[in-house]
Ligand binder design. Sequence first.
Ligand code: PGA
Ligand code: MG
Length: 223
Amino acid sequence: MTPVAPTWPLQAVVFDLDGTLIDSAPGLCLAAGTTMDDLGLPRPDLATVIGFIGNGAPKLVERCLHWAGADPVRHPDALAVFLRHYGRDPMIGTTAYDGAQDLLDALAAQGLKLGLCTNKPAGPTHAILRALPLGPFDAVLGGDSLPKRKPDPAPLLRVVADLGADPVATLYVGDSITDWRTARAAGIAYVHVEGGYQTTPIPDFAPWRTVASIAGVAGLIST
Ligand SMILES: O=C(O)COP(=O)(O)O
Ligand SMILES: [Mg+2]
């Protein structure tokens, strides 16, 4: 498979959030563990929860229940409990990766539009963006903002449209198979950041570029 390259000059860069700009896995693990306590189920450890991140809160809870051998009919209740725990303070166990804000500042200074397209629900996403602070972003969509979430291309294409950018002159920067599939389905050039939450090889993987950490994205872009 041939990687999709962006056309220059670049107009916009859209980012994934969890595992790309922020390390939120300890917080997600804590909320998942408290949820499982409430349900009388075993707590998954951090490495296990990291493997469950990437497709949004409903999938994370579904994977926790499946891991524990629990009846899937408990999912609606479990999801409500999880969202209550996580929503109380999504900043617990969450930090920005080194260099993330410096990168956003540098890209904005080059006149690039900045977007955020995450599967994290919009409520905690905005709480985290305010609290860190991280950004500013010109357009933000959460996993529950549209009827479909990543890897469906709709959220990414909507963010790009909200930015007023041309998809071919846009980069999507992410850390997971979900992000890669989203970018591929949208026909948008994909930059993969290593060191996030992708723990298994990605089949048919053809990113435009791979960087070892978020700070490395700056070196790819000159407008
Ligand atoms: O909420 C998740 O499961 C993943 O969130 P992300 O799309 O920002 O990586
Ligand atoms: Mg991610």
